[in-house]
Design a protein around this ligand. Structure first.
Ligand SMILES: *Cc1c(COP(=O)(O)O)cnc(C)c1O
Length: 220
């Protein structure tokens, strides 16, 4: 538990998997965490954070960014079309591109702003009804659509079903990314980030194992 422990474990797994040290980015998922826990991780020098709600992030990060230099913020949760403008202004990356309308809006903003956050297409590898993301069978066509819109894609993202072996989902995501020529893989959370690193994750999203358990009353 804690930032240094997670960093050590990621590095050990990079070595074990024969990957270069530092090839995996650790996104500290700070959603619903008390401010003092976030400040403590910032004070240890960490600068890459993730949030899953635009509104919540907009409420706390502008102030923290004033106080700590070099913060990068990733959106890992669902993005409503009416919040896209706010999202591209606040976030350096969006991990939840999952539908045509959202892609179109991002493409329009990229054009008018001349810059675009890093983008990951979310794939619903477990084909769960309640979960966002493209079905695996639809992912190739969607990636092609994004490219038609000149949308720069970094990679793919998945959240495996809670009750299934995550490695199967990580391997499936890696396979879809490879056949689409995408190098980024956003996969792995507190319980399974080491397996994700072994299977090629470039970005792991770790929350509770860094900050401690989230308050269940506010957890989403
Ligand atoms: C909350 C969240 C995480 C982090 O979950 P932990 O189990 O606390 O590590 C990762 N990815 C997404 C999309 C999340 O919403």
């Amino acid at each position: 538990m804690g930032l240094q422990d997670i960093k050590d474990r990621i590095e050990a797994e990079e070595v074990r998997a024969g990957r270069p040290r530092g090839s995996v980015e650790l996104i500290a998922i700070s959603k619903v965490q008390p401010l003092e826990r976030i400040e403590a991780v910032l004070a240890q020098g960490h600068r890459l954070f993730g949030e899953n709600r635009v509104q919540e992030a907009a409420g706390k990060w502008p102030d923290l960014m004033e106080r700590f230099d070099g913060v990068r913020l990733h959106l890992v949760g669902p993005l409503q079309t009416n919040k896209v403008k706010q999202a591209v202004e606040l976030f350096d990356a969006i991990h939840s591109v999952d539908r045509e309308k959202l892609a179109r809006k991002l493409a329009d903003l990229a054009q008018s702003r001349g810059t675009c956050p890093e983008l990951f297409v979310q794939v619903n590898t477990g084909e769960e009804a309640q979960k966002a993301g493209l079905l695996p069978a639809d992912a190739d066509a969607f990636v092609a659509r994004c490219r038609d819109m000149d949308l720069p894609l970094t990679g793919l993202m998945c959240i495996p079903p809670v009750d299934e072996e995550p490695s199967l989902h990580f391997a499936l995501l890696a396979k879809i990314a490879a056949r689409n020529g995408l190098s980024g893989l956003s996969m792995g959370m507190s319980g399974d980030f080491e397996r994700a690193v072994a299977l090629g994750a470039t970005h792991v999203r770790v929350g509770s194992a860094i900050f401690g358990a989230r308050d269940p009353a506010t957890a989403v």
